[in-house]
Design a protein. Structure first.
Lengths: 315, 428
């Protein structure tokens, strides 16, 4: 399967997701080596174009690129391109004129990866666009769930929190659905998207009821500003009704797992002790992030001849 | 008499308020129509066989970006595009970078309109700086001939100020035009609110934001008896609210823009800034209803809302690009292609009725008869063409109709008897 970009989950579909997940197993083995580095992308150049602050995603991508021996360059951009006085198109044309094979972009406005792909020949990887998509987060979440349960199909996944403003939720709904999961979105009405009739997911405003038979509880970050913007009366009330408290965790099924894309607001959407529990996969998500991003970069830029030999657990 | 005459339009079908007839139109040196009959001749003959001769179109809602943002448009470039689209008169909105909210500015802008190649009626702001706080010196501006005052974004404005300006303007006999966008329900809004905005993660603008404003303005118009015109209604329900107010005796008229009866919100899925307009493109269901209501005569005028921006601003992310589309050159084609109306009903919406609303009936719209200034448009209602913004005469090439096939194209335009467009080519 030849795919040029990973702008959204729709660029991949089920087949693409599966291919990346199985490539991830190869790179999991690579990452466990004493020197976790392979020459798979030697000679390839990847540019970072981060218009929004991002420490986690950025570091994860950089680590992935280094382990694949790719060259990287950072095009330093801050806040909105309008303020900077250079159009998005000018910026991306400048970057591609320097000769890059892929551009990893994060931007506060929906659709930027799609616009970029019209203006450059490089592969575009979306590291988050507005409230729209964050496909590599979803891929690492799929990988984490698959590692935990052996498969994603048939699992009931509850995504709870600020769905309305969440790019993670939008990509996850598409990815989890493609992999055959059952999805429930939980939030007060003000934080649900206005119209989800076309979404392959149920919605609920009753967190407790939806938790009973959930296999995965996926918590989203609650932005502190939402209180000022009148989405909720107070964070206290939000935590009370929609926070993953210890009491709620106690009522979960034994095999259920807890996930969060980070950064967490401890004490708001997730009780401070919860990420440390045995069934919380938050750190697995972070370490899988590097592996899956290696797989994504390799999937777009590599050739099968460069695929590192696997001699790890999956053989 | 015939020896003096300058131009004859030969072989066309004249279509005006009194009906249609095959006849030649003879135009004199003074720019007025001299005679209408068969077999006329003049110094210059324009063969318009197979085409329709109508009164020039009148646009009630256009933005020229001058003064202040001449990189986007000037009266000259904007009116070049207007005449190419068959317009002979346009109303210039006051929400320019330098707001037309006082007599001195109005005087300067009038001077600037000397570069225009069609008639420009300048609208003054209803409140100082369009801020909705203090009433602008309406009387001082009216004394300079300003007879339309507008607030292109009235949703957030205070009801009391709107009421007072409606009452105060009564003695001046002027029209008040209101855009119905920008309310608090539309906060940070980028596109129509619904399935697609939810999917794309873009903040939505619900139709209710417009409908509430339309309702408020209709109530205030009824209360004060003011002569009110509502701009660019994008929701079918808004039109219904206006119709109810009209039947209750409110002195209210309304306009729609071609893109709101032709195009739907799915275009935004491209994230292309050209599809960001205000009010936003709505659902196809709403588009169908608006189309039907326009076709049933429930709307008073078609206005373009022509709003040009510098082209490079379309190379920004959707959320950062400014809302607006150019519109003069696609209005006729869109009306013919998308509305289930006879040609005379379309001309009523593009020319006759807007000329009345703008108070230009003496020189525009209505009848094509000897003695009247020759503000005329000749077009082929069957001609197919494809909209291409970069071929349009505006400085901006951002057209929401880009790449769309339309039927009906203007070939000649005469402003006060002068041929400003011949065979689609601007003569100045």
């Amino acid at each position: 399967m030849k795919v040029k970009h990973v702008r959204g989950i729709s660029d991949l579909g089920k087949k693409g997701i599966q291919e990346i997940l199985s490539l991830s197993d190869h790179f999991l083995e690579v990452s466990s080596r004493r020197i976790p580095k392979v020459p798979a992308l030697r000679g390839k150049t990847i540019a970072w174009l981060f218009y929004e602050d991002s420490t986690r995603t950025r570091l994860s991508f950089e680590t992935a690129a280094k382990r694949l021996s790719a060259d990287t360059m950072n095009f330093s951009v801050s806040s909105s391109s309008v303020k900077k006085g250079e159009s998005l198109r000018d910026t991306v044309e400048t970057v591609s004129a320097m000769g890059v094979d892929a551009i990893v972009v994060r931007h506060g406005s929906s659709g930027v990866p799609w616009l970029l792909s019209r203006w450059t020949d490089a592969s575009i990887i979306n590291a988050g666009d507005g409230s729209h998509e964050h496909p590599t987060q979803s891929l690492l979440d799929c990988y984490t769930i698959q590692k935990q349960f052996g498969e994603i199909e048939g699992k009931k996944i509850v995504i709870a929190g600020d769905i309305k403003h969440s790019r993670v939720a939008r990509s996850n709904v598409a990815a989890f659905k493609a992999m055959g999961a059952e999805i429930v979105l939980v939030a007060p009405r003000t934080l649900l998207p206005v119209d989800t009739t076309s979404w392959p997911a149920e919605t609920s405003q009753d967190f407790d009821a939806s938790l009973r038979d959930a296999d995965v509880i996926y918590m989203l970050r609650m932005q502190l500003e939402r209180q000022k913007e009148t989405f909720v009366p107070s964070l206290r009330e939000y935590t009370n009704d929609f926070g993953l408290t210890l009491e709620r965790v106690k009522k979960l099924q034994k095999h259920s797992v807890i996930m969060h894309p980070g950064p967490m607001n401890r004490g708001v959407e997730i009780a401070s002790e919860v990420p440390e529990l045995e069934n919380a996969l938050v750190t697995n998500q972070v370490s899988n992030g590097v592996i899956v991003r290696m797989a994504v970069l390799y999937f777009l830029l590599g050739t099968s001849a460069d695929l590192p030999e696997g001699n790890g657990s999956n053989e | 008499m015939a020896a003096m005459s300058r131009i004859v339009l030969k072989g066309g079908l004249i279509l005006d308020k009194s009906g249609e007839r095959n006849a030649d139109v003879l135009i004199g040196d003074d720019g007025r129509i001299i005679e209408i009959s068969k077999g006329l001749s003049a110094k210059r003959t324009i063969n318009v066989e197979g085409q329709v001769i109508s009164a020039g179109f009148v646009d009630l809602n256009a933005h020229f970006a001058q003064p202040g943002n001449e990189n986007a448009e000037t009266f000259e470039t904007g009116t070049r595009s207007a005449v190419k689209g068959g317009y002979t008169a346009v109303v210039a909105m006051p929400d320019t970078e330098i707001t037309n909210d006082n007599a001195e500015t109005a005087r300067s802008i009038k001077t600037l309109t000397a570069t225009a190649i069609c008639h420009v009626e300048i609208a003054g702001a209803i409140t100082v700086g369009n801020l909705g706080e203090q009433i602008a010196p309406l009387s001082e501006m009216a004394a300079l001939g300003v007879n339309i005052f507008a607030d292109p974004q009235s949703s957030e404005k205070n009801d009391l100020t709107i009421r007072r300006s409606m009452e105060y303007s009564e003695r001046l006999g002027v029209n008040l035009h209101y855009g119905c966008t920008g309310g608090s329900l539309a906060l940070k809004g980028q596109m129509n609110e619904g399935v697609i905005s939810s999917k794309l993660g873009l903040a939505g603008i619900p139709t209710e934001d417009e409908e509430l404003t339309v309702f408020r303005l209709c109530k205030l118009a009824k209360m004060t008896g003011a002569r009110v015109h509502l701009q660019q209604l994008s929701s079918a329900c808004s039109i219904q609210i206006v119709n109810e107010a009209q039947s209750e005796g409110a002195n209210v008229t309304c306009e729609v823009s071609p893109h709101h009866f032709a195009l739907n919100e799915t275009l935004v899925e491209t994230f292309d800034g050209r599809y960001k307009v205000s009010p936003p493109l709505r659902t196809q269901g709403n588009v169908d209803k608006v189309q039907k209501m326009v076709s049933e005569g429930k709307v008073d005028a078609i206005a373009t809302g022509h709003r040009p921006y510098e082209n490079h601003l379309m190379d920004y992310p959707f959320q950062e690009s400014p809302p607006g589309t150019i519109g003069f050159e696609t209005a006729l084609g869109a009306a013919i292609s998308y509305l289930d109306l006879s040609l005379s009903e379309i001309l009523n919406l593009l020319s006759w009725k807007p000329a009345e609303i703008a108070g230009l009936s003496d020189s525009h719209g209505g009848h094509i008869i000897p003695g009247r200034p020759a503000n005329l448009t000749v077009f082929d209602p069957k001609k197919p063409w494809v909209a291409n913004g970069s071929e349009m005469a505006s400085k901006s090439s951002s057209s929401v109709f880009e790449g769309i096939s339309l039927k009906g194209l203007v070939s000649h335009t005469l402003v006060d008897g002068e041929l400003v467009v011949i065979e689609g080519e601007i003569q100045k």
